[in-house]
Write a protein that binds this ligand. Structure first.
Ligand SMILES: *Cc1c(COP(=O)(O)O)cnc(C)c1O
Length: 376
């Protein structure tokens, strides 16, 4: 049996090598390393896939969030509401831009931002909501867009973990995660569902003026070379990464189906396991399982993690500490016990290996070892 990894990037590369190596070689030959033709082609292909008017690529998913907040013209002191249960990147750009970070609880089953908590956190200073489509499943966008319309708030979807997931509206219509709010952001970090071989990111919007602004500020605020209309940053997707992403995009749906197959097998295997609860699936979204995250009850999470590791099965805690108790964010002044849902999740969650190249013997080995732990 091959070694089990959380994400097996090497195996995936070996499978796609016959497509990827020539694409990289062709960028080398052209030596158009910055803003080469592959970048524009990738943006157009991703626009088609996402069903969105504009895709603007950038250097990484953290920059994408920063560019979104900058393009919307948010000013120091404006309040931005986001979830306490996410990767740090979601909140750090809010803080960096001097905006007032307001963090709220997630839902205990879907792990996504609680709409009731958002509603209760809205003040006259609130300017934006940043829902995160955590672990590959969309937040409750219909309710969030209603709040946005009612209170005149921007919505920036952090879709870094949900590239390819569909949000399903109550009338049955669908849109891709990241294309519903005013701006959506994503990351092409190698382990993401659509990942490149380095750093990369993108923004989605249907608004022409926002797209123009994003293109400008991601490239030194310039529309015409050496004429600077906006204060910008340098955040571009490398041509080599764009060439790799064009190939991987063609396989994305298949990759996501393979992840869903693994998740279904886990759900089935753990159905009788009272010490676990498996990831909640909501009817308003497909789930593309960026992570397969269990909740382990009765304080047994760390023991299960150790047990699996002793069998060379990696398992990860996403996320171990709530944001509000991190040293860097103590200035926000939240009480340590202010977020019981987040704190409970941080003590219970455990993510199992999931990726498109999982083999049958690996999957069976993982399942058997989880069941052995609970002596089933
Ligand atoms: C990965 C990730 C990001 C940041 O992406 P980078 O490309 O690593 O900067 C932001 N938000 C979430 C939820 C992520 O998972």
């Amino acid at each position: 049996m091959r070694d089990i990894q959380m994400v097996d990037l090497k195996t995936q590369y070996l499978r796609l090598r016959h497509e990827i190596d020539p694409a990289i070689a062709s960028v080398m030959e052209s030596s158009a390393f910055i803003k080469g033709p592959d970048v524009r082609h990738f943006e157009e292909e991703l626009q088609d896939y996402m069903g969105v008017k504009h895709v603007v690529t950038c250097a990484n998913g953290t920059d994408a969030l920063q560019l979104a907040l900058m393009a919307l013209g948010l000013k120091p002191g404006d309040e931005v509401i986001t979830t306490n249960f996410t990767f740090i990147a979601t909140v750090e750009v809010v803080a960096l831009l001097g905006l007032k970070l307001v963090i709220v609880e997630p839902e205990p089953d879907s792990f996504n931002i609680s709409v009731d908590a958002v509603r209760n956190a809205i003040t006259p200073m609130t300017r934006a909501i940043v829902p995160v489509h955590l672990f590959g499943q969309c937040a409750d966008m219909e309710s969030i867009m209603e709040l946005s319309a009612k209170h005149n708030l921007f919505v920036i979807e952090d879709a870094a973990q949900a590239t390819g997931a569909d949000y399903i509206f109550s009338d049955g219509s669908r849109k891709k995660a990241g294309t519903i709010g005013h701006i959506g952001t994503t990351s092409f970090f190698p382990s993401k569902n659509l990942g490149c071989y380095g750093d990369g990111g993108a923004l989605y919007t249907n608004d022409d003026e926002i797209a123009r602004k994003l293109r400008s500020i991601s490239n030194h605020g310039m529309k015409v070379r050496y004429h600077h209309d906006d204060i910008g940053i340098n955040s571009r997707l490398d041509t080599i990464q764009a060439a790799i992403l064009r190939i991987k995009l063609r396989h994305l749906d298949q990759f996501n189906y393979s992840r869903i197959d693994v998740a279904n097998r886990y759900d089935e295997a753990f159905a009788g396991c009272t010490g676990l609860s498996f990831p909640g699936r909501v009817s308003s979204s497909t789930h593309i399982f960026h992570q397969y995250t269990l909740k382990v009850k009765n304080g047994k999470r760390d023991q299960l993690k150790k047990h699996l590791e002793s069998k060379n099965i990696p398992a990860m805690i996403y996320y171990p500490g709530p944001l509000h108790i991190q040293e860097a964010y103590k200035y926000l002044g939240y009480a340590e016990d202010a977020f019981p849902v987040t704190s409970a999740l941080c003590n219970e969650v455990l993510s199992l290996p999931i990726h498109p190249d999982m083999e049958e013997d690996q999957l069976e080995f993982i399942i058997q070892n989880v069941l052995d732990f609970f002596k089933i």
